[in-house]
Design a protein around this ligand. Sequence first.
Ligand code: GLU
Length: 450
Amino acid sequence: MKDRTETLLTGFMDDIASHHRGETEFLQAVEEVARDVLTIEKADRHYTQARVLARLAEADRIISFRVTWRDDAGQVQINRGWRVQQSNLLGPYKGGLRWAASVTPSVLKFLAFEQAFKNALTGLPLGAAKGGADFDPTGRSEAEIERFASAFMTELGPHIGPERDVPAGDIGVGAREVGLMSRAWMQQARRWGGALTGKPTALGGSAMRAEATGYGLIYFTEAMLAENDMTLEGQRIALSGRGNVSSHAARKAMRLGAKVITLSGRAGTWHAPDGFTPDALDWVLNAAGEAAQTPPAELNIEFHHDQTPWRFGPDIALPCATQNEVTLDDAKALADSGCMYLAEGANMPLTSQAEAHLSQAGVIQAPGKAANAGGVAVSGLEMQQNAGFASWDAEKVDRRLRRIMCDIHSLLKRERASCCTASGGVDYRRAANVAGYRRLADAMIAGGTM
Ligand code: GLU
């Protein structure tokens, strides 16, 4: 059986690789799904004939464009921008925009592919897309960001709209940037409309959108723990990053009684051996530049240069920074120090080797497709509010977010029969791939060959 799966996988991946040469992140993401779903495809005549996975792996289209803008010194700057419109099987194309120096077509293609499965799991009518630019906003002035946002929208604007493609934020793109792009689109289109989500609430954004990914991650983690009659109370949590996802996840986890022991940035890791206090957390989230590396003694935080957060003996690891941040060495450190759970706030934060090691070590893992779906889920709720010219209060949005995360958990549990770990628990990674695949495959079959 294992040999048959490997043969199927090799044949499938050779074909994909021949069309996407050198796109390592994209091939990694496709292989992780293919490993879990190819046997399911093979066992179903309709899925096999429709070549579901091979079709899902190819984006509907990729729009690529130049972004030309002027910096504060008057110099002309040139960046590259893309929008990968992956699939509109389940709803309008939907997914964030990332502005970072590391953005490449391969990175955006992997993110768009993963987004299709994530969005399917939410149960909301959301297709999938991802986009962005190789533009690093760090250190840029407000005026530069505004000029870049406007130039970026000049190119992207004609391809988006509330029923067509609805971008949002991601790394380097927060509510402010979304607000600028949203206004630019409205001016171009000469209409009001929710063509982007994650807008500032003053411009039609949803309550709780900023908190959604981090809170959703914690709600999913709570549901996983509850399977073993555990709660977050007293658990030692290592988080990476200190951006939108990790900051809100940290706050929520602390409010629920967990001890958050790490956060991280480009230069290293902040470690609070007894758990961050709210003051210490605020300090780390707000500290900038070199000064951030020398926390005041009274806060009981240590800064470790060039260290990742995975060597400090957590019970639960929540990687929330970026793709492939957890290496095999990190995975070994986590497993050796007794980490029991890992849930992904970032997209594909584990290398394939790290993932295999943690699975073998019996660490229960929730993939980003499920665990960080809260962000796009509240984007879906923002689309509903905009379409209905309504605005819901934070309590209502939070209740719906929590329900969606619990429903995703229940959906994955229902795949237990074919998706279980060696110890009999739910294999959440496999279950997320299989459940997302089924939703997409059934929509594809219902729509014929197009
Ligand atoms: N960028 C986020 C994600 O990875 C949110 C996307 C959205 O809200 O459309 O899911």
